[in-house]
Write a protein that binds this ligand. Structure first.
Ligand SMILES: [Ca+2]
Length: 256
């Protein structure tokens, strides 16, 4: 019975994964390691983005949610704010001199002045908040589903909705931290070691990068390292990390 239970469990897990995760190996691409930087392993990374040479990170969990501006090379903190315990911080992005920070289930997006981190405004929204980035005009948000929302940064109104699918038409769920770079949306997928790139017009997954090796290195450095989550772009390279990871990996995504 134990063997039968194991087989049944394995099949359930397999089909659950095959339904939700992009399985198309034709999309697999390689990456090149450029450098490894320190990452504070107390940071439960939920937002990750550069503004010029400053890394802006938003962290989560109730009681440890922060917004931090720091130096990627030596982890020197320039400034930070601590969210009230009732809020679980999520995705963050910088647009037009403002920092936007989502919350997981509170339905609130906090807006701060980028220079001073003084709170300017709060937007309310329906549903959960997960990842956040921008294309220079619109905020681009995930909520854990297969949908991505383009929102007006001045009103937070939804301007466009994108359904993310593989080329075979399978929906890609659990879209998490986001980055807009090279005219593509780059996304983490919760509890998945792949980073995907998404066509921002059609929602189709264009490439897939397996970061399993980086997860293993993170676990070697801190056994409490959690999932891959955090993509930031600067000057042609990407910086990726995860929740409680001790490292930030600077990489180039290659294409065949
Ligand atoms: Ca990002």
């Amino acid at each position: 019975m134990k063997i039968h239970f194991f087989i049944l469990t394995t099949m359930i897990v397999f089909f659950a994964c095959s339904k939700d995760k992009p399985q198309d190996t034709a999309l697999d691409q390689d990456y090149e390691m450029i450098n490894v930087h320190p990452h504070d392993s107390s940071y439960f990374t939920q937002g990750f983005e550069f503004r010029d040479s400053v890394l802006v990170e938003g962290t989560g969990r109730n009681g440890t949610s922060r917004l931090i501006k720091y130096n990627v090379t030596n982890s020197q903190v320039y400034s930070e704010i601590i969210l009230p315990d009732e809020y679980f911080g999520e995705g963050t992005t910088v647009l037009n001199g403002k920092v936007y920070q989502l919350t997981w289930t509170s339905g609130k997006c906090f807006v701060y002045d980028y220079e001073t981190l003084a709170e300017l405004n709060t937007f309310n929204y329906t549903g959960e908040g997960w990842g956040l980035t921008n294309n220079g005009t619109d905020l681009i948000m995930s909520n854990g589903s297969s949908m991505i929302y383009f929102r007006d940064p001045n009103t937070f109104e939804i301007k466009k909705t994108l359904s993310v699918k593989t080329s075979s038409g399978a929906s890609v769920h659990d879209l998490n931290e986001l980055e807009f770079a090279d005219s593509l949306i780059w996304a983490n997928i919760w509890e998945d070691n792949n980073i995907i790139s998404i066509d921002p017009i059609t929602g189709t997954v264009t490439n897939k990068y397996n970061m399993s090796d980086l997860r293993i290195q993170a676990l070697d450095g801190n056994p409490y390292s959690d999932v891959l989550n955090g993509i930031a772009y600067k000057d042609g390279t990407f910086f990726v990390t995860g929740k409680y990871w001790p490292y930030i990996f600077e990489i180039k995504f290659l294409r065949k």
